[in-house]
Each structure stands twice: as C-alpha cells, then as structure tokens.
Design a protein. Structure first.
Length: 161
C-alpha cells in the first residue's frame, strides 16, 4: 500500500529548511501533500495563492508531490486526502514543546494519524519564515536561505534598499 503523508504549515514564505524537509519526506513516503493553511484570523504576508505558487515553483522537478490549501482542523484534512501521517520539522529543542502539544492533540482528535518528526539539515536549523520576513523587511539579504523565486517575491513586496 502506498504511504501518503501531509506536510502542513503556514509557509509564509517557504524557506530552504522547508524544502529540505520536503525532500527528506519524499525519500520516506510514496506521496507527499504539502498543505498550506489558510487562516483568515492570522494575517500572512503572502496570500494562499502566492504561498502555493512559491512551493510549486521550488518543487517543479519533484515527483509524487501535491500542493493544496486547507482550512479547519488538520486531522480532518488528513482524513479527507487519505493520508496516514503528518510530517513536521524539528529544528531545535525550542520547537519541541509546541510540536509535542500539537502532535498529542492531533492524536487525541484522530488516533490513527501518526506525526513524524524530521530534522532539517543543520545549515537550516536557525531559519524560520518569521526571521526571513524580518530580515527581508529591513532590506537584509536572504540569499541561500530561501528558494530564488521566494527571494524575488520578497524583493517585490519590500523593495530593494
Ligand atoms: O507553519 P506553522 O505555522 O507552524 O503550522 C502550524 C499548523 C498549520 C500545522 C497548525 O496551526 C495547524 O495544524 N492548523 C490547523 C488547525 C488545527 O488543526 N489546529 C489544531 C492543531 S493541534
């Protein structure tokens, strides 16, 4: 039976750390659905469509991957797409508490869905979408930390200084 996993997140925007995790996941699972959360209550820098496009662009050469938007409970989406696992990245111990709570809550909601944690390459362990936005917003360089398409869009949003 093919193993299908969901990699959920805000991806606002996609970083090279996310991309590294996508590649690692594709080595483990037969199919990966990258699920971009849409949350009207949370203001994102990029729209759902922009966030999806950036992922699509950066993963164009990858096979067995699908990019989708989801709303509502993650476990409901996981069931809807027939996946058995949720992939999340752990960069450092500081990620652990929040991730542990989410994994256990998701297990409480739907016991059959397993959360699998993968570690990105250590070169990406300090990268987060929040910091990328902050640095790019003040005109700093994010070259090598995000895919080229994401860098271009950040420059378009913030302008170059
Ligand atoms: O990239 P992020 O912001 O860390 O991703 C968080 C995400 C999207 C995985 C999480 O907020 C989520 O699952 N949201 C959907 C709503 C939900 O299921 N909440 C309960 C999770 S325990």
């Amino acid at each position: 039976m093919a193993t299908r996993a969901v990699y959920p997140g805000s991806f606002d925007p996609l970083t090279n750390g996310h991309l590294d995790l996508i590649e690692r996941s594709l080595r483990i699972f037969d199919e990966l659905i990258v699920a971009v959360v849409t949350n009207p209550a949370k203001s994102a820098l990029f729209t759902d469509t922009e966030r999806m496009e950036m992922i699509r662009e950066a993963t164009r050469s990858f096979r067995h991957i699908e990019i989708m938007v989801f709303e509502g409970l993650l476990v409901d989406f996981v069931r809807k797409v027939g996946a058995g696992a949720i992939v999340r990245g752990l960069r450092a111990v500081s990620d652990f508490e929040y991730e542990f709570q989410m994994a256990l809550m998701n297990r409480k909601l739907r016991e059959e869905v397993e959360t699998v944690f993968l570690m990105p390459h250590e070169a990406y362990s300090y990268i987060s979408s929040r910091l990328i936005k902050e640095v790019a917003g003040y005109g700093g360089s994010v070259t090598g930390l995000v895919p080229p398409g994401v860098e271009r869009r950040l420059t378009e949003k913030f302008g170059r200084r």
